[in-house]
Ligand binder design. Structure first.
Ligand SMILES: CC(=O)SCCNC(=O)CCNC(=O)[C@H](O)C(C)(C)COP(=O)(O)OP(=O)(O)OC[C@H]1O[C@@H](n2cnc3c(N)ncnc32)[C@H](O)[C@@H]1OP(=O)(O)O
Ligand SMILES: O=C([O-])CC(=O)C(=O)O
Length: 377
């Protein structure tokens, strides 16, 4: 009897798993659109709140809709006492992504709303998470420096308020805008690993908090969102722009993955990198500091070396990691910043998955031992 060997798509590479109307990544033209709008234009003209609204409702808000959306987000910002206490008890040695994952799970456990899974109920939960997660990240950042949390300020935008809660001050507009651009670029990217994780959990008809908790776990890994932290660790390890080429040769010879480079879909450059790189260069110029100039030179030298040696281009995590460092965030807080943005894309996909749900359950080709008897005891 002959058996046909099925074609295996390890890592689901090249597999089209479903349709989506949320975003499209077109590697051939190096383009990315959210609900049809080029991400470059959104990053140039919109606030992060407008982009969140677009992802969730399918259209950009008119002024009245934006006003109402902003008011709702601002009203939901304060963390309740129990959540704050639970988070303060987590060991300071755990990674901030563990804190965030626990926070979402805890906020979900505390939510008294019945889980009817309707789009309206899920959007209400998504807005709660969008509004609360910055407070979680900021309080965690401060406790690691022995500082008390700062209450949110409802007069500030999403991005401004986050700086206020982390550092007790809002930096100049250039820095806030650079941060906001990173949030817009990180918001959504089709069926990436964390979004697909959220869709898998949702496909079992589990709840939104469970899907987001799982997605945070997937984003933490260094092959996905964790790469923005790994980029800064790598730059710190190299230390000197003059060493970039030799360091890279040794790392490649040792089969190391160079963090912040390469992408499953983009093979000739990530559509988001030029915008993020430009914004980061404005931060570098603004700093006017020799250490920053040196770090920027190292960042550029490694990018050139990687492109010339391997033809592999940076992904969004490469400029974003440097930008977050220049904004004053601690390295382990970088991936939580990604979560504060990607919560918008995850929530949109959870709603879309439920709208035409099919349980996600692929097949496997078994290659273990043949059938055999259990030895007698
Ligand atoms: C926001 C985001 O999540 S963007 C991604 C962030 N992740 C990173 O930056 C981590 C570093 N990058 C990588 O590990 C990879 O590029 C991934 C995981 C992102 C994509 O990988 P895949 O699509 O599975 O491609 P794959 O790993 O098969 O790479 C193809 C080839 O390029 C090489 N390659 C790809 N990326 C890198 C890299 N960063 N460093 C060194 N080599 C690389 C691989 O070694 C492989 O070479 P081979 O064909 O000689 O074996
Ligand atoms: O699309 C991917 O595989 C990873 C990525 O860039 C993202 O999630 O933003």
């Amino acid at each position: 009897m002959t058996s046909t060997v099925p074609e295996i798509h390890r890592g689901l590479a090249g597999v089209v798993a479903d349709t989506t109307a949320i975003s499209t990544v077109i590697a051939e033209t190096n383009s990315l659109t959210y609900r049809g709008y080029p991400v470059q234009d959104l990053a140039a003209r919109c606030s992060f709140e407008e982009v969140a609204y677009l992802l969730w409702y399918g259209e950009l808000p008119d002024p009245g809709e934006l006003r109402e959306f902003r008011a709702q987000e601002r009203a939901l910002r304060p963390l309740d006492r129990t959540t704050a206490e639970v988070l303060a008890r987590l060991p300071a040695t755990c990674h901030p992504m563990d804190v965030l994952r626990t926070a979402v799970s805890f906020i979900g456990a505390e939510d008294p709303r019945e889980d009817d899974g309707t789009p309206a109920a899920n959007l209400a939960k998504s807005l709660t998470l969008l509004a609360r997660l910055p407070g979680v990240v900021a309080a965690d950042h401060r406790r690691r420096h022995g500082l008390a949390p700062i209450q949110p300020d409802p007069d500030l935008s999403y991005a401004e308020n986050f700086f206020h809660m982390c550092f007790g001050a809002v930096p100049d507009a250039e820095v806030v805008r650079c941060f906001e651009i990173s949030l817009i670029l990180y918001a959504e990217h089709s069926f990436n690993a964390s979004t697909f994780t959220a869709r898998v959990v949702t496909s079992t008809l589990s709840d939104l908090y469970s899907a987001v908790t799982a997605a945070i776990g997937a984003l933490k890994g260094p092959l996905h969102g964790g790469a923005n932290e790994a980029v800064m660790h790598m730059l710190t390890e190299i230390g000197d722009p003059q060493r970039a080429g030799q360091w890279l040769d040794e790392a490649l010879a040792a089969q190391r993955k160079i963090m912040g480079f390469g992408h499953r879909v983009y093979k000739a450059g990530d559509s988001r990198v030029p915008i993020m790189q430009e914004a980061t260069e404005r931060l570098i110029a603004r700093a006017g500091d020799p250490d920053v100039t040196r770090l920027a030179a190292l960042h550029a030298a490694l990018r050139h070396a990687m492109i010339s040696r391997k033809g592999i281009h940076p992904n969004l995590d490469y400029p974003a990691g440097l930008a977050y460092h220049l904004m004053g965030f601690d390295i382990p807080a970088f991936t939580p910043l990604f979560v504060m943005s990607r919560i918008t894309g995850w929530s949109a996909h959870i709603t879309e998955q439920l709208a035409h749900n099919a349980l996600i359950r692929p097949l496997a080709s078994y290659d273990g031992p043949g059938q055999r008897p259990v030895p007698p005891t």
